[in-house]
Design a binder for this molecule. Structure first.
Ligand code: ATP
Ligand code: MG
Length: 224
């Protein structure tokens, strides 16, 4: 599904360059659920951004189903990302002035679906994550766990092959986290979704198929 080869990333500051990822190789198969763990600053979020095509590596290759992600530019890469991948972040990044339903519809509206079709699918997804009755609520009127479920529904809107989640339960208590774990399990069982999940939660990592450990910008164990 996704393969990265010899990926490095450095950021230049005014005085020096810092290498945040060093020669990272990684392969994730279709349907696999992988946890990425490691200390704060290990480079997990940076790696997720590169996997998702949000940030360009300084060197190396990112192949998504054999396609070189960074050979696509501008709108072509945005469109590819919109239809192939779903993102969930620690802070859900929902748009505060829109309802839950409108937030979930957003990727489809960007993908130029008709409003009717987008609305029907968004409503079905909100039902699937247990929030059918909350579709008109704005994010500020929902609990943290509910907001995260809306973010998961939004991530699934375009039926992505790959779900990338960066600390999806990092901001939730253990009970609410448990609901999110259960939802991810159910989605995997229903759709065979490939998942890459950054987490500090040992409980979440243990539920996934494989754990990749990072330290200082390197993969120190790929769990294989
Ligand atoms: N745009 C940037 N410019 C400069 N340095 C950056 C930038 N983005 C990230 N870094 C640095 O890269 C390193 C890795 O950051 P990253 O966010 O990938 O870590 P992380 O493993 O996700 O940590 P956490 O568990 O705290 O989220 C950090 O030292 C960070 O300061
Ligand atoms: Mg991070």
């Amino acid at each position: 599904m996704i393969r990265i080869e010899n990926v490095s990333k450095s950021f230049a500051t005014e005085t020096h360059r810092i290498e945040v990822l060093s020669a990272v190789d990684l392969q994730v198969s279709a349907g696999e659920r992988v946890a990425i763990v490691g200390a704060s600053g290990a480079g997990k979020t940076t790696l997720m951004h590169i996997l998702g095509g949000l940030e360009q590596p300084s060197s190396g290759l990112v192949l998504f189903r054999g396609e070189n992600l960074f050979a696509l530019h501008g709108h072509a890469r945005d469109a590819f990302r919109n239809r192939s991948m779903g993102f969930v972040f620690q802070f859900h990044q929902l748009l505060p002035e829109f309802s839950a339903l409108e937030n979930v519809m957003m990727p489809a509206l960007i993908g130029r679906w008709s409003r009717r079709k987008a609305e029907a699918r968004a409503q079905a997804l909100l039902t699937e994550v247990g929030l059918a009755a909350r579709s008109t609520h704005r994010p500020g009127q929902l609990s943290g766990g509910e907001q995260q479920r809306v973010a998961i529904a939004r991530a699934l809107m375009m039926s992505p092959a790959l779900l990338l989640a960066d600390e999806p339960t990092g901001n939730l208590d253990s009970g609410t986290s448990g609901e999110i774990f259960h939802l991810l399990d159910r989605l995997h069982a229903a759709y065979g979704l490939t998942m890459i999940v950054v987490t500090h939660s040992a409980a979440l990592a243990a539920r996934l198929d494989r754990v990749i450990s990072m330290a200082d910008g390197r993969v120190v164990s790929s769990g294989q």
